[in-house]
Design a protein around this ligand. Structure first.
Ligand code: CP3
Length: 345
């Protein structure tokens, strides 16, 4: 029998939506914190195939999610392209920045990324051997715009100001960075699929800060190029696109990019997304991750609301964004039980 996630991605409407959770391997789980301590730090964990596979499997063992997502980070690609990357505890990522043509020219050639990223492919290979037969393995990468915002600013920013500024001041350089990332992402995802990833997801966390023609050129177009090329290389490969906070930009995103599934965040209601996005294909989402902290009746009610809003079409249940470190693991179980017991007749 085909795996439930793959059935939903193929456009099938299932009586109960399959479920997984962004950041399901993360700090809210005591077993994750223990393995991360064993690895030393976050990046050492990402580059240790045995331990990265272990943390990927932890939420599958605990909850029986329908999909596992490779444990890695979207910022490993810029590191593989030659930027320095480190994480400041309590603050987040830091990178050496790209600000000039010379910085761009100094990046490693795209085919050299595998020297750094080989341990990630090794993690995928372990997972494709060790996952239960009903669990789908999702590979991923950051979308070019989102990854570029970190490379240009050297860190996470609230409004992606430095990347917008570079786009205004030196569009040629800005587009050059996006082009390198587009090609690098294709090569990175290709190796993940060759190693055993069954689905790939593109995380465009900052798509919502691109407006009008910029959204079309820098969120939609790179997603289209990557999706088309991946499908040319691997016919039938399902692709999930996540142009987070795209709002109206979610409308038509399936058709314009060729993605099989569009993941929606919780800044839109599930009823709106069913009406405007699910009409074009599978959707993934979109319970607010804050319910994993607060729990209770509101969690049950809102979970049922999401399930019911999407029940007339293909749907993969997920949060609207990643689960946060302060979440209670018991609330995750309550969400899963609620999804699986919501009567959809
Ligand atoms: C912007 C972004 C990043 N990483 C990612 C994004 C895009 C999606 C999003 O918007 O959440 C994506 C990501 N990061 C991680 C994954 C693995 C798969 C998954 O569990 O979903 C994925 C898909 C692990 C991680 N990536 C990170 C953690 C926490 C690291 C730790 O253990 O300290 C995990 C589990 C670290 C990370 N990595 C990044 C930031 C900003 C941070 C620090 C913020 C934080 O601490 O939560 C960059």
């Amino acid at each position: 029998m085909t795996k439930t996630i793959l059935r939903a991605l193929a456009g099938e409407t299932l009586p109960t939506p399959p479920i997984w959770m962004m950041r399901q391997a993360g700090r809210y789980l005591p077993e994750y914190r223990a393995t991360r301590a064993q690895a030393g730090d976050f990046l050492s964990l990402c580059y240790n195939p045995e331990l990265a596979a272990e943390v990927t499997l932890q939420p599958i063992r605990r909850y029986g999610f329908d999909a596992a997502i490779l444990f890695a980070d979207i910022l490993l690609l810029p590191q593989a392209l030659g930027l320095d990357l480190w994480f400041v505890t309590g603050e987040g990522p830091r990178l050496s920045t790209i600000q000039t043509d010379a910085d761009l020219a100094a990046l490693n050639p795209v085919d050299a990324i595998h020297d750094t990223l080989n341990p990630v492919y090794e993690t995928v290979k372990i997972l494709s051997r060790e996952l239960p037969s009903e669990t789908t393995l999702i590979g991923f990468a950051g979308a070019p715009w989102t990854v570029a915002t970190y490379m240009i600013a050297g860190r996470g920013t609230k409004d992606q100001g430095p990347a917008h500024a570079l786009k205004a001041e030196n569009r040629k350089l800005f587009e050059g960075i996006l082009d390198v990332l587009t090609q690098g992402t294709i090569e990175y995802l290709t190796k993940q699929v060759e190693a055993g990833a069954e689905v790939v997801k593109l995380f465009d966390s900052w798509a919502g800060s691109l407006e009008g023609d910029d959204f079309r050129k820098y969120a939609l177009e790179p997603a289209r190029i990557i999706t088309q090329e991946m499908k040319a290389r691997f016919p039938g490969l399902p692709v999930i696109a996540f142009p987070r906070q795209a709002g109206e930009g979610y409308i038509g995103f399936h058709a314009a990019t060729g993605a099989d599934c569009v993941a929606v965040d919780d800044s839109v209601t599930p009823e709106w997304a069913a009406q405007h996005v699910q009409v074009s294909g599978c959707v993934q989402g979109n319970l607010a991750s804050s319910h994993m902290v607060t729990g209770g009746d509101a969690l049950v009610r809102e979970t049922q609301r999401v399930v019911k809003a999407f029940l007339k079409g293909p749907h993969i249940f997920n949060l609207g964004h990643g689960i946060t470190p302060d979440a209670d693991p018991e609330n995750v179980q309550l969400m899963i039980d609620t999804v699986r017991s919501t009567v959809t007749a």
